[in-house]
Ligand binder design. Structure first.
Ligand SMILES: C[S@@+](CC[C@H](N)C(=O)[O-])C[C@H]1O[C@@H](n2cnc3c(N)ncnc32)[C@H](O)[C@@H]1O
Length: 204
């Protein structure tokens, strides 16, 4: 089964309550996006946004330039449904991040639990190349930490600790400003230790 087929199957056969990553409110992401202090017109992209409420909440908070990218058309469709008429205020992109050819840069590049699915060195390097070229100010990434699960949605993932994330982001010329290890509680009550970092473009 291809990656696209895997994710389309997930989003057409499981409810949000049946997948581990669902959260009632994307607190870890929103607070870090707001803490950048960028204006509400800042360009924000959510990589592997799935059908999370992040884009919806950003719109409600007044952000006006939001893009959501996901490999699964079914996920994007679900996210659009939730937004109703406001769906047309978001830029939607169905693409594998590895094949993504951005037409612009983004001031905030957000990724919760998508980057960690890249396990081949060349895919990780492709992602970091995109970051280097198309993320202009801040990167906010959440992955399973080194004490978290080794699989997500039945797929193997790469775990990160601060050192490993820092050396990855270094390749894209980003420096970690803040890192934290929140524990996500899954809809069925399980604990998933995450690493969440905020990094800024190293301009020197
Ligand atoms: C664990 S879910 C997290 C969803 C969302 N970020 C959240 O926090 O609720 C991972 C998401 O990444 C997407 N994804 C996985 N691999 C991807 C890839 N190579 N390119 C783009 N999206 C991908 C999946 O379709 C899924 O929506």
């Amino acid at each position: 089964m291809s990656k696209q087929e895997h994710w389309n199957t997930v989003y057409t056969t499981k409810t949000p309550q049946q997948v581990g990553w669902t959260q009632p409110y994307p607190e870890d992401s929103i607070k870090r996006i707001e803490a950048t202090g960028l204006s509400k017109s800042a360009s924000i992209i959510d990589i592997g946004g799935g059908d999370s409420d992040l884009a919806k909440i950003l719109l409600e908070h007044g952000y006006t330039d939001i893009t959501v990218l996901d490999i699964s058309a079914a996920a994007i469709e679900r996210a659009k449904q939730k937004l109703g008429d406001r769906a047309n205020e978001i830029h939607w992109i169905v693409a594998d991040i590895i094949d993504f050819k951005p037409e612009r840069s983004y001031e905030i590049w957000h990724d919760r639990a998508a980057f960690h699915f890249l396990i081949q060195e060349q895919d990780i390097n492709s992602y970091l190349k995109l970051l280097n070229q198309f993320a202009s100010q801040y990167v906010i990434i959440g992955t399973f930490s080194d004490i978290g699960p080794t699989m997500c949605s039945g797929l193997p993932i790469t775990q990160y600790d601060e050192k490993k994330m820092s050396s990855a982001l270094d390749q894209a010329n980003f420096k970690i400003m803040e890192s934290d290890r929140p524990v996500h509680i899954t809809p069925t009550g399980g604990e998933q230790p995450y690493l969440f970092v905020v990094a800024s473009k190293d301009l020197v």
